[in-house]
Write a protein of this length. Structure first.
Length: 393
């Protein structure tokens, strides 16, 4: 009779407890600080001593599966076919929610993706589940040789260690999402407060120019600006967390501007890509587009005198810069016109927002029988919270 290796089993259990204690301490630090998912994943890879680790989180608000982190051991490369496999595996995992080891268990799970042919790595895939809700997936890449996380010939789904690892990460991801939602609502309250301050500044600026236009016209223009800001909040409530789809916002602003003018206006709003801006940028963009579209509609004309004026709005974006162009057929700018010396309230607002809020540039010119207004500004990081307007128009 062969004696049972109690000492070996005890050493494994002690090792597992040490791993879980270190992991718990690390996750506590991650929740109590501003550390990113990447930091958490990197620390977890070191604790578990794996070659590579990917962390995927499912964003239920937008029905998106997001790779929040990928971390590799030194000298370990992650090839393109491995990245594709990792994504396929995660998508499979979101549907089946099963702890498994590949390639050893591949035959047991029909539909699971094949590991890359040249790979000599075992992949442990752990679903992250909290209260029966699949939050994401944790994929661990480890050597085929002796490895303490799994026992050869045993279903990894029955491993208490792996269940504890996935359980702790599930709680962490769930708690992190709750914290993100709290931050989001705080950001919304900051944005509302700041936008009310902007409205007050605009009204004061309009008040100082009441001798230039009628009170009725001044109120109409002020209402138009306030409605533009309101559209930002409406779009924000329906889109990404803290982000606004620029095309959707611009289309709404254009429709608002077309309805507000006496003449019927046809607005062509085009873009070749999906562009997101944070809420701070969105407010400034909404006010700028509102002023430019309304100005183009009021002063534009059509080659066919009986047809309504046409305003064209075009968006372009890259990883670094966004540009918005507003064009209309119209008369040339007055001789000697310059943005620096103009006294029009709308153009003053546009220049102030372009320079101070968007940190960009604004140009207005005339070419090929068209007035062309162009705004360029850098893409800013998402989710800027608590940023206040510190200028007075």
């Amino acid at each position: 009779m062969i004696p049972f290796p109690w000492n070996l089993m005890f050493r494994h259990q002690v090792r597992h407890v040490e791993l879980l204690n270190r992991m718990g301490q690390m996750l506590d630090v991650g929740l109590g600080s501003n550390e990113t998912y990447l930091w958490v994943a990197s620390e977890l890879r070191e604790i578990l001593n794996v070659k590579a680790l990917t962390l995927w989180v499912f964003d239920r608000r937008h029905q998106l599966l997001v790779k929040e982190a990928q971390t590799l051991a030194p000298q370990y490369g992650f090839r393109e076919n491995q990245r594709q496999f990792d994504e396929l595996l995660t998508n499979w995992q979101m549907e089946h929610s099963t702890t498994m080891a590949l390639p050893q268990q591949h035959a047991q799970y029909p539909g699971a993706p094949d590991t890359p042919a040249e790979s000599d790595i075992t992949v442990l895939s752990l679903p992250l589940v909290f209260q029966a809700e699949v939050l994401g997936c944790l994929n661990l890449y480890l050597d085929d040789d002796d490895y303490p996380l799994i026992e050869r010939g045993r279903d990894p789904g029955s491993s208490q260690l792996l269940r504890a690892v996935s359980g702790q990460m599930s709680v962490f991801v769930h708690t992190r999402s709750q914290v993100s939602n709290t931050t989001f609502y705080k950001e919304i309250h900051h944005r509302v407060k700041n936008n009310l301050q902007t409205v007050a500044s605009l009204l004061r600026m309009q008040l100082r120019r009441l001798d230039e236009i009628s009170a009725e016209r001044a109120l109409e223009e002020s209402l138009q600006r306030i409605m533009s800001i309101a559209l930002v909040h409406e779009t924000l409530s329906q889109g990404e967390i803290g982000m606004v789809n620029l095309l959707e916002l611009t289309q709404r602003i254009c429709a608002l501007g077309a309805r507000s003018t006496d003449a019927e206006v046809r607005v062509n709003c085009e873009t070749s890509q999906r562009i997101l801006v944070n809420s701070k940028q969105a407010t400034a963009v909404a006010l700028v587009v509102n002023e430019l579209v309304e100005n183009a509609a009021r002063h534009g004309r059509n080659m066919d005198e009986e047809a309504p004026p046409i305003v064209e709005v075009n968006l372009e974006g890259s990883d670094e810069q966004i540009s918005i162009t507003v064009e209309n057929v119209g008369n040339p700018l007055p001789p000697g016109f310059s943005l620096e010396s103009n006294s029009r309230l709308g153009l003053t607002i546009v220049q102030t927002l372009a320079k101070d809020e968007l940190k960009g540039t604004f140009n207005l010119g005339y070419a090929h029988d068209k007035n062309v207004a162009k705004l360029r500004f850098p893409m800013a990081p998402s989710g800027i919270a608590g940023v206040q307007y510190d200028h007075e128009f």
